[in-house]
Design a protein around this ligand. Structure first.
Ligand SMILES: Cc1cc2nc3c(=O)[nH]c(=O)nc-3n(C[C@H](O)[C@H](O)[C@H](O)COP(=O)(O)O)c2cc1C
Length: 398
């Protein structure tokens, strides 16, 4: 392994969940990549993995106590908080998420989180029911709004036997995320345009044609691109989502508005994730259409412009143009056809249905390009967004 993290200073916080044992592997790979890793454990974490193991792997005494006179005589908690270039909490329990969201400082780890100027990353890990709890989700939203970067969780079988979202990301994925954050700027200097959400096509003053897109995938991609150092413009149809910090959002309604907004952005790369309505009424009625009066028959439907194809085939084409293909059938074959027909560099294929893709927090994506297709797996949209950005980093280096 190359020493790409040479001398980079990371605090790894470990909290009391089953996945704590995986943190040992993460310490090992970070140290092998040259990082200085200071492990900080909560009381509960010590019940799952011993400080001795982590001390042996990190080569540093593990810190566990806040009110520790001897530690304060050496590198005290404020100095440690300032020393860090990045604080990663992996695994991060529901309890620690709650304490972070409340701004509590009732142990060393949460106090460091309050005191550090470094970016905070968390890798939540918990039973799927705990993850789905409204309280945990509210804490998650608060943390994201405050700029905490959240990795995962992934979906799958859990230690308790349940199946669902809540597994900690594998150490390798977390290692890559930390590398991307610290050796940042893998996409620095690049400007990416992302479209997200549905469009609304006016039928009359009170009705519109739209779809179930929540915008979550596109917003997650915008966040992941930002984390990789890109400047990001998000052209978004109507959604309930907050714009990620540091991302410029242009809010639009219809497909034609979205195309116009995209044409006004001078980007190096574009990811067209929006679920654009294929059709619209040729003219929106001036007054509300009435039932029983034959008004329905007056609507003439016309096709909307194909945004990604228009941009991909324009003289001002960004260097990289990536599309999405959400299909109910034959997702891969349709994605391949789209790739060729529209002149794209890659297409992300997702099979819609069985509760996956539209509106959900997780998704299953395949990356399809001229050389074949790669299964990016089934995971939280934020995880897939990070995996997608890793591919973009490779693509843009070629
Ligand atoms: C066997 C066992 C496994 C646990 N696994 C998890 C877990 O994976 N995720 C979690 O959020 N809490 C888990 N808990 C509960 C936490 O340990 C508990 O909420 C604790 O207070 C967390 O403290 P900390 O966040 O300070 O580490 C588990 C508890 C037990 C007894």
């Amino acid at each position: 392994m190359t020493q790409v993290l040479s001398q980079r200073r990371v605090i790894l916080g470990i909290t009391g969940g089953i996945a704590a044992y995986k943190a040992a592997e993460l310490v090992r790979t970070l140290v092998r990549a040259g990082a200085q890793v200071q492990v900080v454990m909560t009381k509960a974490a010590e019940a799952f993995v011993t400080p001795l193991t982590l001390q042996a792997l990190s080569g540093r005494e593990v810190k566990t106590e806040l009110l520790d006179p001897s530690a304060e005589a050496g590198m005290g908690h404020i100095e440690l908080a300032r020393w860090a270039e990045l604080l990663l909490i992996a695994p991060c329990t529901a309890d620690t998420m709650a304490r972070l969201a409340q701004g509590r400082g009732d142990d060393l780890l949460t106090t460091l989180a309050l005191a550090t100027p470094a970016p905070i990353h968390i890798a939540p890990a918990m039973n799927q029911q705990m993850w789905a709890q409204a309280s945990t989700q509210a804490n998650l939203t608060t943390l994201i709004q405050r700029g905490v970067t959240v990795h995962g969780p992934a979906a799958g079988e859990q230690a308790c036997g349940d199946v669902g979202l809540g597994r900690m990301l594998e150490p390798e994925a977390l290692h890559q995320a930390i590398e991307a954050a610290l050796v940042s700027g893998a996409l620095a200097g690049q400007h990416w345009l992302v479209t997200a959400g549905p469009t609304r096509e006016a039928i009359d003053p009170v009705r519109y044609l739209s779809n179930h897109s929540s915008g979550k995938m596109g917003y997650a991609i915008a966040r992941a691109l930002r984390d990789a150092g890109a400047s990001v413009t998000l052209v978004s149809g109507p959604t309930q989502l907050d714009c990620p910090d540091g991302v410029t959002r242009i809010s639009v309604d219809s497909a034609r508005d979205m195309l116009q907004a995209c044409q006004g952005v001078n980007a190096d790369g574009m990811i067209a994730c929006a679920a654009v309505a294929d059709f619209r009424p040729a003219e929106a009625a001036q007054t509300k259409l009435k039932k029983g009066e034959g008004d329905l028959n007056q609507i003439t439907w016309v096709e909307n412009p194909d945004i990604v194809a228009t941009i991909a085939q324009s003289p001002a084409r960004p260097r990289w143009v990536i599309g999405f293909a959400a299909e109910t059938d034959n997702a891969l074959a349709n994605a391949r056809a789209k790739l060729l027909r529209k002149g794209l560099d890659a297409v992300l294929a997702n099979q819609v249905g069985d509760g996956v893709a539209f509106g959900t927090d997780d998704n299953h994506l395949h990356w399809v390009d001229a050389s074949g297709d790669t299964d990016l797996g089934h995971a939280a949209k934020s995880v897939l967004a990070d995996a997608l950005v890793q591919r973009l980093i490779t693509l843009t280096k070629d």
